[in-house]
Design a protein around this ligand. Structure first.
Ligand SMILES: [Zn+2]
Length: 338
């Protein structure tokens, strides 16, 4: 299939998931996968080469850029380089904070991605909690990544984040290798995953220390204090966390008893059914940042959707409550649900 947008021609080969784009005036050919541009290399001022094979670089934390198709076209006209986040830094494990070359290459702060102007707060509703904790797990067989982004419910400002890669415990080393290679290898995040991942039980201990540090939970308390989890769907807290607790042989922590499914609030607020994060971004005409299915990037994109909904005047309410301590038995609070 071929189409022309301005002086840019595109041919897509669906079976190979490849798209070929040529820009006659720039005398260049741009190759990209249909969904993700794996690497971007500016070879000279008027030629950009997008290739599906990442260029080898020595830094173990190399990240990839991803664009939607429409952004790819914009990028070919006006290159804009998005600095990937240092995923050692997000886990408090970066040892290169005084290395200018490393700092130039990788972002070491969240705030620029999650900024809201003070002028945007005029439609803000009073919220029922002081903080939102946006959680987006990765890993279908066992949890592989646990990212939480914390924002202030009144100023919408980024407060802190908790991010850990999680190592499965019921899998052989060989299976873990294959699993991680398939999941993070293509984004070249397998090395940082292997360098930093810890078992789920240990991760939860660190997460509880983090919650206590922010005075959001005390041992023995049955709910979070002044805060609520926000997720994209019910799967994360309803299904996956109890499953992983069982696999890891630990009790389900009480702070996972209720949560806000952003898709339910989105449906009831905008009266528009969005199947997932990408559909919500699209519905709000917001570009994705980072790479879809990297947990810490998805958590930031979901946070951006949450901020936008709050700016538009949405009231965040608990959408699901567990009735017992297992994965079954959940009471849904909204009649109109996705
Ligand atoms: Zn770093």
């Amino acid at each position: 299939m071929a189409m022309t947008i301005g002086n840019i021609s595109t041919w897509a080969i669906p079976k190979l998931k490849l798209k070929f784009t040529s820009i006659p005036t720039a005398n260049a050919i741009v190759f990209s996968s249909t969904r993700r541009v794996s690497s971007v290399n500016a070879t000279n001022s008027n030629v950009l080469l997008f290739s599906s094979q990442p260029h080898r670089q020595t830094n173990t934390n190399e990240r990839t850029l991803s664009f939607t198709d429409s952004e790819t076209f914009q990028e070919t006209k006006k290159p804009k380089y998005w600095k990937p986040m240092c995923l050692y830094y997000t886990q408090n494990k970066c040892t290169k904070m005084d290395d200018p070359e490393h700092l130039e290459k990788f972002s070491h702060h969240y705030s620029s991605r999650l900024q809201v102007g003070s002028d945007d707060l005029k439609n803000l509703q009073p919220q029922q909690v002081d903080y939102f904790l946006v959680l987006d797990l990765e890993g279908k067989v066992e949890i592989l990544e646990f990212p939480v982004v914390m924002i202030d419910a009144h100023s919408l400002e980024f407060v802190d984040a908790f991010h850990r890669f999680v190592r499965p415990i019921k899998m052989s080393e060989k299976r873990v290798e294959e699993y991680i290679d398939g999941k993070y290898g293509k984004l070249r995040l397998d090395r940082v995953w292997h360098d930093t991942s810890i078992p789920f039980a240990e991760m939860l201990q660190q997460f509880e220390n983090w919650l206590r540090h922010h005075q959001l939970w005390e041992k023995g308390a049955l709910t979070l204090h002044r805060a609520a989890f926000v997720t994209c769907g019910n799967w994360d807290v309803k299904t996956k966390i109890p499953e992983q607790c069982q696999v890891s042989g630990i009790k389900l922590p009480p702070y996972f008893m209720e949560w806000i499914n952003l898709k339910d609030v989105y449906l009831n607020f905008y009266n528009h059914r969005a199947a997932g994060m990408m559909a919500m971004l699209k519905g709000l005409s917001m570009p994705i940042i980072g790479s879809h299915h990297v947990g810490i990037d998805d958590a930031q994109n979901i946070t951006r959707i949450l901020q936008r909904m709050l700016v538009d005047g949405a009231l965040m309410q608990i959408t699901a409550k567990r009735t017992g301590m297992g994965s079954s038995g959940v009471k849904f609070m909204f009649k109109n649900r996705i």
